[in-house]
Design a protein around this ligand. Structure first.
Ligand code: NAD
Length: 452
């Protein structure tokens, strides 16, 4: 099939590349000239494991091309995917201007039937709005399909090639047939294509993300409680996760969810519910708790340093909102850096993939280390914000030799508590007991007494 993908970001590029991989001819179009030029020169603009191989293969086999020219991209395309941003507008509702603007541009150009597929996360009713735009600008028939994307950055290629399910919102038999044919290679193992109406499909995406954000947030609250009552969140996590009704995934506590999806999607669903005069109380609480959770690590540090971190120097490992991506949108690490700088501290950071993105925000306000150990030089303590694999088994002797003190605040619970005691670290993680060096035992007891 001939396909155009409008918007070549994390979703559009993975979609375009993976659709080319099964033999389709895909043209990716973007308004970002630098990005398109980079891809025309065979360079990936994002870090996504496994993508490069498919990207190179499909370019060299001439099934994947890139352009800034919308007209040429859609001319012979039978299916046009939209993978455009839907950021929060000023009031928190999803900003649909990218989608509706692109729909109008496409509508003015088409000369034959097209299936317009929306991959962006959009509020209920957007397919109808897009359809209305086409009817306003052209007499050519189109079908507008809602096809929300569930890929996870970091495993996006695998998620696209072997999705748990494909959700397709359309009531058009013609579009159903075309989309079934397109997705057939991706559901060969029996994972379902779920057809439904457009509104249900649009809501499915928000419901999925909001549910997952709620699950994480619930666990973060359990973790906070664990610290207070003297329980261990890892044990509680395993205890509840073994219950099939609950499931093991999305139960790891941390320093709040971030990323380009959960924060904006939860907010947009609350806002959409408001418009229907429905008070989505549970999601409002999720948003509030998540804001609070982002401060947990900095508050622990402030407590340790008796509210004065002015002149202290900190090492921060991990900047991306999760491992295996260079995406820093709404990353908790950004909040932490800002909070530390505001209190007069200095920060050295290291992340394997997202340093350039962070540089674009913080410039020379922080120090960018070449590797995780360089970041530690003369640091008063180490903070961990992202659970990259390379942080999981560090050389603790080297850490100790580089830092002023053996102090670690771990927002991702990477290390074993017993091991940290043996190594003589003050180790403060999430939802677990505070581990301190023997000479700090009195301080630990004081802290426990205070919390109790
Ligand atoms: N990133 C994810 O993990 C993920 C997962 C599922 C769904 N989504 C949803 O998919 C959508 C896209 O997300 P993303 O992370 O890929 O965004 P992104 O910001 O990475 O990419 C969007 C791209 O669209 C381009 N663009 C903007 N206006 C354009 C126009 N008029 N014509 C052509 N290109 C244009 C931008 O230059 C950018 O390259 C959002 O609605 C998001 O919520 C994202």
């Amino acid at each position: 099939m001939k396909i155009a993908v409008i918007g070549t970001g994390y979703v559009g590029l993975v979609t375009g590349t993976c659709l080319a991989e099964t033999g389709n001819h895909v043209t990716c179009v973007d308004i970002n000239v630098a990005k398109i030029e980079k891809m025309q020169n065979g360079q990936l603009p994002i870090y996504e494991p496994g993508l490069e191989l498919l990207f190179n293969r499909n370019i060299s086999q001439q099934r994947l091309t890139f352009t800034t020219d919308l007209a040429s991209a859609i001319e012979s395309a039978q299916i046009i995917f939209m993978a455009l941003p839907t950021p929060p507008g000023g009031d928190g509702a999803a900003d649909l201007s990218y989608i509706l603007g692109a729909a109008a541009d496409v509508a003015k150009l088409i000369t034959s039937y097209k299936v317009i597929v929306n991959k962006s996360t959009v509020p209920v009713g957007t397919a109808d709005k897009v359809k209305a735009i086409f009817e306003q600008h052209t007499n050519i028939e189109v079908d507008v399909v809602s096809n929300p994307e569930f890929l996870r950055e970091g495993v996006a290629v695998e998620d696209f090639m072997k999705p748990d399910r494909v959700v397709l919102g359309t009531r058009s038999e013609r579009a159903k047939k075309i989309m079934t044919e397109l997705y057939a290679p991706y559901v060969r193992q029996g994972n379902p294509i779920l057809f439904m109406d457009e509104k249900s499909s649009e809501l499915t995406k928000y419901a999925a993300n909001s549910f997952l954000a709620t699950k994480i947030t619930f666990m973060n609250e359990i973790a906070n409680l664990c610290e207070l009552v003297g329980a261990d969140v890892d044990s509680v996590r395993k205890g509840i996760g073994s219950d099939e009704r609950i499931g093991k995934r999305f139960l790891f506590p941390g320093i709040g969810y971030g990323g380009s999806c959960f924060p904006k999607d939860v907010q947009a669903l609350v806002k959409a519910a408001d418009e229907y005069v429905y008070d989505f109380e549970i999601l409002k609480s999720v948003m509030n708790v998540n804001e609070r959770q982002k401060t947990v690590m900095v508050n622990k540090m402030l407590k340790y340093y008796h509210d004065d971190i002015s002149g202290k120097h900190f090492a921060l490992w991990g900047l991306a909102f999760k491992p295996e991506t260079d995406d820093i949108r709404e990353a908790p690490a950004l909040y932490i850096i800002e909070a530390l700088l505001k209190k007069g501290a200095t920060v050295s950071v290291f992340d394997p993939e997202s340093m350039e993105n962070v540089k674009a925000i913080f410039g020379d306000r922080i120090v960018y280390a070449q590797d995780q150990y360089e970041a530690l030089r003369d640091a008063d303590s180490l903070l961990i914000a992202t659970e990259w694999s390379l942080f999981r088994n560090p050389d603790f002797d080297k850490i100790a030799s580089l830092m002023k003190e053996r102090v670690i605040f771990d927002g991702r619970n990477l290390f074993d508590l017993e091991k940290m005691i043996d190594l003589g670290y003050y180790y403060n993680s999430i939802g677990r007991q505070l581990i301190t060096r023997p000479e700090n035992t009195n301080e630990l007891q004081a802290q426990i007494n205070e919390l109790a």
